[in-house]
Design a protein around this ligand. Structure first.
Ligand SMILES: NC(=O)c1ccc[n+]([C@@H]2O[C@H](COP(=O)([O-])OP(=O)(O)OC[C@H]3O[C@@H](n4cnc5c(N)ncnc54)[C@H](OP(=O)(O)O)[C@@H]3O)[C@@H](O)[C@H]2O)c1
Length: 321
């Protein structure tokens, strides 16, 4: 079958480590199923994998991709939950110390078929196309958990989303607006600030700008570049939820601000299968649809990954096997 995979690791030139070509069909262990992938979407995670972050040399070659929607062996249209937990794990899968994401230990979704535990399948509603549905399992699910589970966002509260055009950030803007929050966003670029407002932000500001008021919740995936601003922006007793650090992992901690303002700094990673089900229901109930930047044949995966590396993306990049 055709697949896009990491043939080697290259921290400097990640695109040069990508191959799109023929590979063997995936193994399907007991309790797993092979899903016919109709659409898969890219995430920054795919770039990290090509750079060797979370993907050691001994697991190569590895098919990339966390997100997919497709058809299961019984003909059901499904969305694939990307978090693979230990078969003996019970409860919140994202807390399983042995969990992995598709493409870290098990082959990923940028292929004609992907094998996953049957439990990881969530029914795809008819109203969502395969291309829309495949955008949900990583960026949208991460944003959903950050906002509503970890960030405890309530309608009427004010949320600040840092790095407005990012995959998780743009999902957070749209979901928070649909849930009745006041949404502010930051970005370094004017056209991305305009994009944030199109997505539903009430106002967009330059990165680091002084805001009209303090916020209840900050959604942080940028890291070093925005961290100090996030701690300044939040109200006393407010919450900063962190799920990524694209610009660097080691910002100054500014602990005096954390304890003096009694800020809750909360980590968040992906989400559970049940949260993915709730997210799908939210999309159905609100009519919200993921923004798709472009949809390419799987054979053109390199073009999609190059656009992500260049940061020249407004919405999700979808690949069609
Ligand atoms: N924990 C999890 O489960 C989880 C899940 C998904 C993603 N993540 C992580 O979250 C991060 C974002 O992922 P993504 O897929 O949303 O990535 P992305 O689409 O590449 O977004 C990154 C955003 O970060 C901002 N940014 C980057 N460098 C910056 C800098 N020097 N200064 C200011 N802003 C900067 C940019 O915002 P502007 O250009 O608008 O300023 C950009 O849009 C990644 O590190 C990813 O690994 C974690």
């Amino acid at each position: 079958m055709l697949a896009a995979y990491a043939a080697r690791i290259d921290p400097e030139e990640p695109l040069s480590a990508l191959v799109v070509g023929e590979v063997d069909e995936p193994d399907v262990p007991e309790g797993w199923v092979a899903v016919e992938v109709r659409a898969a979407s890219l995430n920054h995670h795919d770039v990290w994998s090509l750079k060797g972050v979370g993907l050691p040399q001994e697991r190569l070659p590895m098919i990339l991709g966390c997100d997919a929607a497709g058809v299961d062996p019984d003909g059901n249209e499904v969305i694939v939950h990307a978090v693979i937990s230990d078969p003996d794990w019970r409860g919140d899968e994202s807390l399983d110390p042995k969990r992995s994401l598709l493409s870290e230990v098990h082959p990923g979704t940028l292929a004609e078929r992907v094998a996953v535990p049957r439990h990881n399948l969530v029914p795809k509603p008819e109203e969502l196309s395969f291309e829309q549905a495949c955008c949900l399992p990583t960026a949208y699910l991460t944003a959903y958990r950050m906002l509503f589970t970890r960030g405890r966002l309530r309608p009427g509260q004010t949320v600040l989303v840092q790095g407005a055009a990012g995959g998780v950030a743009s999902a957070a803007i749209a979901l928070a607006r649909a849930a009745g929050a006041r949404v502010w966003a930051t970005s370094r670029e004017e056209r991305k600030r305009e994009y944030a407002v199109e997505l539903g932000a009430h106002q967009a500001f330059e990165s680091g700008a002084r805001l009209p008021d303090r916020v209840d919740l900050v959604i942080e995936t940028v890291g070093e570049a925005t961290w100090a601003h996030s701690l300044r922006a939040v109200k006393p007793g407010g919450i900063v939820v962190v799920a990524g650090a694209t610009s660097g992992m080691n910002p100054p901690a500014d602990l005096s601000r954390v304890f003096f303002k009694q800020i809750e700094v909360i980590g968040s990673t992906m989400g559970t299968r049940d949260e993915l089900g709730d997210l799908v229901a939210m999309m159905e109930a609100t009519g919200l649809r993921p923004r798709i930047d472009r949809s390419l044949p799987l054979a053109e995966a390199a073009d999609g990954i190059a656009a992500m590396i260049a940061g020249d993306v407004f919405g999700k990049i979808v690949l069609r096997p």
